[in-house]
Design a protein around this ligand. Structure first.
Ligand code: G3I
Length: 334
C-alpha cells in the first residue's frame, strides 16, 4: 500500500476518524504518528465527557481535552465532540438532590461552557447520547438528567447547543441503531417528534459496536444502508458512523481477521455510497488501547484496525482498496 488511509480518505472527501486518549498521544510516538498519518479526524474517547470537563460545579477543566485540540490543529485533523449530555460518566456533584430548575441551570451552563470553549474547533457534537433504554425503548429513566428534568432534557439540550454554537453540527448518538429494529424505530419516532416541534439538530450517529461475525450474519449491513436512506428521506439529516469496532475472539485466527477486514471494508463502502453519510470513526485504532477486552472480561478483543504493536491488520488494506475505488457520494472535506 503506497498511500495511507488518511491520504485516500482526503482525496475522497470523506471523514475517517478514530477515538483517542491524550496520554497515549503524549507518551507514545507511534500512537501519535499512526493516528495523524492514517486518520483525518479524531474524537476524545473519554476526556470530553462531563465528568472530566466539569469536575466541580462551574469549574471547567479543559487541560486534557485541549491536548487533543492542539494535536488535531497541529496535524490538520477535524475534531468531533463526544458527548455533552449522557447518563454515564457524569460529575459526582450532579448526583446530589437538587430542584428541576437547578438541574436545568447546570445543563445549560455545561453546554454553553463546553461549546463556547471548543467553538470553531469541534465541527460536530454528540449533544445527547443513548437516550432510550434497551427493553421497551422508552426514555432511559436511570439517567440523572431524566430524573432531575424529565424527558424534555433532550430538546433543551439541542436548543441550548444550537444557541451556544450555531455553526456546529448537532448529533443524536446511540448504539445498536443498525442492529435492533425496535430501537431504530423508537429513535426515529423520537427524532420525528423533535423535528416536528422545530428542535434544531443535524444528524444521527450510529455507534456501530459489534462483533465482526454478527454484522453480515444478522444483516446489520443491509439495515445500515436502508436506515441511512430512511434518515435522509424522512428527516433530511446526515448520518455518521461514530464509534465503530468489530470484536473478534481473544485469540483470532486468519479467518477471523479476514472476516473483520471484509466487514470493515463493506461497511465503509456502504457509508461512501450512502447519500447522507459523511464520516466513519472507529472507537480507538490500536488494539493496545481498546475498551473491548476490559469490558468483555477477555472474552472478545482485537476489534480495531491496528494490532497492539501498531501493525496494520488486514482491515487496513481492505479499507484502502475501498477508498481508492468507491467515490464518496457526499464529500465534505475539500
Ligand atoms: O477515570 C478513572 C481513573 O481515575 C481510574 O484510575 C481508572 C481505573 O480503572 O478508571 C478510570 O475510569 C475509566 C474511564 O473509562 C476513563 O478511562 C472507567 O473505569 C471505564 O469504565 C471507562 O470506560 C469508558 C466507557 O465509555 C464508560 O462507559 C471507555 O473507556 C469508553 O471507551 C466508553 O465509551 C463509550 C462511549 O462514550 C459511548 N458509547 C459506548 C462506548 C463504549 O462503552
Amino acid at each position: 500500500m503506497t498511500e495511507s488511509l488518511r491520504e485516500l480518505a482526503d482525496k475522497n472527501g470523506f471523514i475517517l476518524g478514530a477515538a483517542a486518549v491524550p496520554k497515549a498521544v503524549e507518551t507514545e510516538p507511534t500512537y501519535a504518528e499512526t493516528l495523524s498519518s492514517q486518520f483525518n479526524c479524531l474524537v476524545a474517547e473519554n476526556c470530553m465527557k462531563a465528568q472530566f470537563l466539569q469536575p466541580a460545579p462551574g469549574q471547567f477543566d479543559f487541560k486534557e481535552a485541549d491536548k487533543l485540540v492542539s494535536f488535531a490543529e497541529a496535524n490538520g485533523m477535524k475534531l468531533r465532540g463526544h458527548t455533552l449530555i449522557w447518563h454515564n460518566q457524569i460529575p459526582h456533584w450532579l448526583k446530589v438532590d437538587m430542584s428541576r430548575a437547578q438541574a436545568m441551570d447546570h445543563m445549560r451552563n455545561h453546554i454553553f461552557g463546553v461549546m463556547e470553549h471548543f467553538k470553531g474547533k469541534v465541527f460536530a457534537w454528540d449533544v445527547v447520547n443513548e437516550v432510550l433504554e434497551d427493553t421497551f425503548f422508552s426514555y432511559r429513566e436511570k439517567s440523572r438528567w431524566y430524573e432531575l428534568i424529565g424527558s424534555d432534557y433532550v430538546e433543551l439540550a439541542f436548543k441550548w447547543a444550537r444557541q451556544a454554537d450555531p455553526d456546529c453540527k448537532l448529533f443524536y448518538n446511540d448504539y445498536d441503531l443498525e442492529a435492533v429494529d425496535e430501537k431504530f424505530d423508537a429513535t426515529m419516532k423520537l427524532l420525528h417528534d423533535l423535528q416536528d416541534r422545530n428542535i434544531p439538530f443535524d444528524g444521527v450517529g450510529f455507534q456501530f459496536h459489534s462483533t465482526a461475525e454478527h454484522v453480515l450474519s444478522m444483516g446489520k449491513d443491509e439495515k445500515f444502508a436502508a436506515r441511512c436512506e430512511r434518515v435522509q428521506r424522512e428527516l433530511g439529516l446526515e448520518v455518521q458512523i461514530t464509534e465503530m469496532d468489530l470484536c473478534l475472539s481473544s485469540n483470532p485466527d486468519d479467518a477471523e481477521l479476514a472476516l473483520q477486514a471484509q466487514t470493515y471494508a463493506h461497511i465503509l463502502r456502504l457509508a461512501l455510497e450512502a447519500e447522507n453519510c459523511t464520516a466513519l470513526l472507529t472507537w480507538g485504532f490500536t488494539d493496545k488501547h481498546s475498551w473491548i477486552p476490559t469490558f468483555h472480561k477477555g472474552k472478545y478483543g482485537h476489534a480495531l484496525l491496528f494490532d497492539n504493536k501498531y501493525q496494520p491488520k488486514p482491515a487496513v488494506a481492505a479499507m484502502a482498496e475501498v477508498l481508492e475505488n468507491i467515490h464518496c457520494s457526499n464529500p465534505i472535506i475539500s
